[in-house]
Design a protein. Structure first.
Length: 768
DNA sequence: GAGTTTGAAACT
DNA sequence: CAGTTTCAAACTC
């Protein structure tokens, strides 16, 4: 997108960089600025990672947005400074060092507006990161410029806007707007600066600002006022911004009105319409490519969080549920410990005082979302790529159609999930630092309250959710004694915090007990490094080192450890293999196995690309069919025979959690089957959380998914992306139907996928 | 909704 | 590593 502003920006930027103050700042800051981002538009997976900083503060002053908007609108204008100054005062009031925290100069990695009390929240994420490095506080102008550049240059590969709707929006509280900014700079340098500020303003103001912004700068990033649905709508419709990509998932979070509207617009396309729209609008070839063809790649590259958007955690701030992305956290910590100057923007935001003061806090690009990847990278680059990929995939999946269907019920869920992932990192760090963020606390309390209120009728909730159309992919545990700190707890096992729908008692699996959760998790991992790994492992790439038994177990995926069923004949969900939609394997110690997805003895083999339900044994079929008839799984059949085990549901939680649900709960194993399994790299584990429901992809994201998924499965992906999934026994397995299903022509011809054998407790983990 | 069944997880 | 207990989901009524 070439906009007039672009040139202006560039020039202004240059000036800025040349200015004495800038130099001075640079001299003070360890961070080395990369000359104004120049848009090289390389989609480096690592580069993309953006760590959004999350900063929430209830109060605010009213300028925030205006400032922001102005900045983005016309960075080069001097007024910005003044505007900033104003904001600064406000921010300072809030206890935040504006200059430090809010460093406009920093590219905007992610911007989110959160209106705690408002009906809606909007999070805008610019996954793309600016390469411009502006670590110094005084570079206000720079930020604007950078931002602009990002947009105009198309450096920002995508902009995701995630609006959140709060149920209590009706209350019309004073609008507290929270703006988060995070940006990545200097990809190679890995410096990320996050700026955060809080502003409080009236809706009207926001709305007008938003609208004006849109109208004035269609090309620029759209920072909107969360509340205004209208604004949102406008954005969506207009989203012309090449760099702007709406995250379907996000959409689900829109206020009801908006959702409906949006739904109308996008329903037919399975939630992808907005993407398409964006694509159409994109003038920038690069962007276009990204959207149309590279979206997948982008996702892959940028999203490293399995369950949820890891990366942009901030982005998902609005979600209550948080994924426990321990790995990421660990990685992040590791990096921190190592003394790298890769501090998360989150930290900055969280700790206002620190923000400005420590320039070192800049985050290395990619840390946010790609933290895992980065951490892993050192160990295994290829693996990292895979990881990223899968997360990206999930992101795509996000756009859940389901959400649209039952926005009310699901919104919150999605919400929570997102938050989870997003906030996990941040929170973890906070915990580490001993800093409990007000935001977190508030969130936690909020959802705790919800939880408590709902605990009275857990089942009702569950049913309600289930009825909501399987829309809810989130896990809802019902733990009574485990405190949700053991693997018994599905939430905990899935790496997510318990949320409102859970009916657990004495739950410790909440952000407020993050330290406990982490400690517990660590303990469990010490016992079994793969404890949190996906239970079902799937592979995409044929690996030579196939085990002997591969022949007997053609399935594309297998349960990590195998089941131990005695009475269920592996025909009920008691059986983890069955639940995960995979056949039993040699690893299983089951008795009387009749697993419809494949028997231990190999009698029931699922062909590649074939619906697993196809049983060779008639008797088994009957049993299976009977079972299916009773379960939600059946639902999938119609829509997507290939993905029998999965339920069509909701795209919404895809990022987040288990999108599947039979009865609202997805077979856990599926998670693995999805991207996560693919992610399994042989490092300890890659986020268990990430789930990619095949059917969802197929169904809703076909346009995108087809290109993407198949590649992964096919092994077409670059070597680096090769998935090294392993099954304990090195089994050869056929590709999961789900994914295959996405492949036109059935994947019969598809190549066989082989699971690499993994040491039972692989070297995966070098634990820190 | 309550009770039972089941098998994984945890414990010994 | 095997046996037992605990636990919560899955299932049945």
């Amino acid at each position: 997108m070439d906009t007039p502003e672009k040139s202006q920006i560039s020039s202004s930027l240059s000036k800025f960089e040349d200015s004495p103050i800038f130099k001075y700042i640079n001299s003070l800051s360890p961070i080395k600025p990369v000359k104004s981002m120049h848009v090289t538009q390389t989609f480096n997976p690592l580069s993309f990672a953006s760590l959004p900083s999350i900063f929430t503060s209830p109060h605010v002053s009213s300028h925030k947005e205006s400032r922001f908007l102005k900045c983005s609108t016309d960075p080069s204008k001097p007024e910005l400074s003044s505007a900033d100054g104003t904001k600064v005062s406000t921010i300072q009031e809030a206890g935040v060092d504006v200059q430090e925290n809010f460093d406009p100069g920093v590219s905007l990695g992610v911007v989110s507006f959160e209106l705690p009390n408002e009906p809606s929240r909007i999070a805008i994420e610019l996954p793309q990161t600016l390469k411009y490095d502006c670590g110094s506080p005084d570079c206000d102008p720079a930020p604007c410029v950078i931002e602009t550049n990002c947009v105009s240059e198309s450096t920002c590969t995508s902009l995701a806007i995630v609006p959140f709707v709060q149920e209590d929006s009706q209350k019309g509280l004073s609008d507290g707007v929270e703006v988060q900014e995070s940006s990545e700079k200097g990809l190679s340098d890995g410096v990320e600066v996050a700026a955060t500020f809080q502003i409080e303003r009236k809706r009207e103001t926001l709305g007008s600002d938003w609208e004006s912004l849109i109208s004035e700068t269609s090309d620029l990033l759209i920072f909107n006022s969360p509340n205004n649905s209208e604004a949102f709508r406008g954005v969506i419709q207009k989203s012309l911004d090449p760099g702007t990509t709406f995250c379907p998932t996000s959409i689900s979070q829109f206020p009801q009105d908006d959702i409906n509207d949006y739904k109308d617009q996008t329903e037919g396309t399975g939630g992808l319409s907005e993407i398409n729209h964006v694509n159409e609008s994109f003038e920038d070839d690069n962007v276009t490519n990204f959207v149309s063809g590279s979206l997948t790649d982008y996702m892959e590259n940028h999203m490293s969080v399995p369950y949820s958007f890891k990366p942009g955690s901030n982005l998902h701030r609005g979600f209550r549920r948080r994924c426990l992305d321990f790995e990421m956290v660990a990685a992040r910590r590791k990096s921190l410990d190592s003394g790298s100057n890769t501090n998360s923007s989150i930290d900055n935001k969280l700790e206002p005082g620190k923000v400005g003061g420590d320039s070192s806090r800049c985050i290395v690009p990619g840390i946010g979302l790609h933290l895992n990847a980065l951490a892993i990278a050192s160990r295994d680059n290829s693996n990292m790529k895979l990881d990223t990929l899968s997360s990206g995939t999930q992101k795509l999946i996000l756009p859940c159609s389901t959400t649209f269907n039952s926005p009310a019920a699901d919104q919150e869920i999605a919400h929570e999930s997102f938050l989870a992932s997003a906030s996990t990192e941040r929170e973890t760090d906070d915990v580490k630092n001993g800093v409990q963020l007000a935001e977190d606390a508030s969130q936690a309390s909020t959802y705790l309250a919800n939880e408590e209120s709902n605990q009275n009728s857990p089942k009702k909730k569950r049913r309600r959710l289930e009825q909501a159309g399987e829309s809810d992919a989130c896990k809802r545990c019902n733990c009574k004694k485990s405190k949700c700190l053991k693997l018994y707890c599905e939430c905990f096992a899935a790496g997510v915090y318990c949320i409102e729908p859970c009916s657990c008692q004495d739950c410790f699996n909440k952000p407020i007990h993050e330290d406990t959760v982490l400690a517990t998790r660590k303990q469990i991992e010490s016992r079994n490094p793969l404890a949190f790994a996906p239970k079902v492992i799937r592979t995409s790439d044929p690996i030579p080192e196939v085990g002997d038994d591969s022949i007997t177990t053609p399935a594309s995926a297998r349960h990590k450890r195998g089941c131990n069923c005695k009475k269920s004949n592996c025909l009920k969900k008691y059986c983890e293999c069955f639940q995960g939609g995979v056949g039993c394997s040699i690893n299983c110690r089951c008795e009387g196995c009749k697993n419809a997805f494949g028997r231990k003895d190999g009698s029931a083999i699922v062909e590649v690309g074939e619906p697993e339900e196809e049983e060779t044994d008639p008797s088994d079929n009957n049993a299976t069919n009977t079972y299916f008839e009773k379960t939600d799984i059946l639902n999938n059949e119609e829509q997507n025979p290939a993905a029998l085990p999965t339920t069509p549901l909701q795209l919404c939680r895809p990022l987040v959690q288990l999108p599947f649900s039979s009865k609202g709960k997805p077979p856990r194993s599926f998670i693995a089957i999805g991207s996560s399994s693919a992610l399994y790299t042989g490092h300890r584990y890659l986020k268990p959380n990430i789930i990619r429901p095949p059917n969802i992809i197929e169904k809703h994201l076909q346009s995108v998914a087809e290109d993407e998924t198949p590649e992964i499965l096919r092994g077409n992906s670059s070597p680096g992306t090769g998935i090294k999934t392993s099954s304990p026994n090195s089994k050869r397995i056929s590709p999961p139907q789900c994914e295959l299903g996405s492949t036109p022509g059935g994947g019969r011809s598809g190549r066989k996928l082989i699971l690499q054998s993994i040491p039972s407790f692989p070297s995966l983990t070098p634990k820190h």
